[in-house]
Design a protein around this ligand. Sequence first.
Ligand SMILES: [Zn+2]
Ligand SMILES: [Zn+2]
Length: 320
Amino acid sequence: MDAEGADAALARGYAGRLATTGPDGWPYVVPLLYVWHDGIVYVHNSRADGHLSRNIGSGCRACFLVDEPGSVYGYGRFDCDTSLSYSSVMVFGSVERVTSEEAKVSFCDELMRKYGSRIEGRPAHVYPRLGDISVYALRPERISGKKIPLPAPSAQWPAIDRTRSPKVPGASERRDARGDGSGPSRAALTGSCMCGHVRYEIDEPPLAMYHCHCSVCRAASGAGFATNIAVAASRFRVVAGSEALQAHVSSVGKRRHFCGRCGSPIYSHAEATSQLVSVRSGTLHQDPGITPRFHTHVDSKAPWTVISDGLPQYPNACTD
Ligand SMILES: [Zn+2]
Ligand SMILES: [Zn+2]
C-alpha cells in the first residue's frame, strides 16, 4: 500500500488498537477510537491511572493498528486455496501526552467531527470535563500498510483456478510438463503477433481461458468476441520486439498492448488486477492445454453472436 492509500485508510478507519510496552516488558494493547489529523494519531482515555498512562509516562514507543476486514473468497480447488480481502495500516512511533488545553480542545473538536452528530441546543467547542481525560499523540516514524483487494467474481474460483497445492494429483501435472529447465527455454508457452516481430513467453500454464464479449475486446479483435487466457504477470514476458509494442489505455488503469507494426493485440494489463495479464489466445503457438471456461461481458455481446456451448455466462465482470 502506498503512502496515499495508508493516509486514506487511517482517515477512513473507525477504531484502532494501540500497543505499548510497560517498564516490566509486558505488552499492552487497547482498542481506542482515534483521530488522524495532520499526520498524527490522537487517542484519549480517562485521566485515571492505568496501564496506558503508566506506559506512556515512562517514555514509550508505540504501534497503532487500523484494519478493515473484507470478504472470504476462493482461488483454487481446495479449502486451503482460500483468502480474505482486507487492508491494514500500522503506525510506529513514540507517543506522548498532549498537555496544552488548546490542543485538547482541538482534539475533541476533531473527535466530535468524526464520531459525533451535532445535536441542536448544545454549545459547540465546550468541553467542561476536559480535565478528566488524557489525550495522547502518536507521531509516526514509520507507516506500513497492506491491502488485498477482493477479486471480481470472474477472477475467483471456480471461474479461475489458481490452486496452490502442488502435491495433489492433477494440480501439478501442467507444471511438470515444463521440464527441468535444462533446455533452451523453460517457457510452457510461446506466442507472437501476426508479423512475428513481437514474441512472448509464458512460464506457467494459463490460470483460465475465457471469452470476453465487451465492446472494447470486440473492437480490438475485430471479431464477435476475444478469447483470452489469464496468466500470472510474473510468469509472462515479452522476449522480442518490445520496442514495437504500443499500448492503448482503454479505461483508467488498463492498458492494451499491441504490435505497432502489424496491429495484432497481444495482451492487456489492468492496475486493479495487477498480478494478472490477459493474453490474446489467438497469438499462442501451442495448445495451452485448457479450453474456455466461461463467457464474460455478455451484456455487451454482439446481437448476432449465439452462445450455445453451455459455459457459464457473466453479464459484466471482465478479467481481460
Ligand atoms: Zn506484429
Ligand atoms: Zn473485454
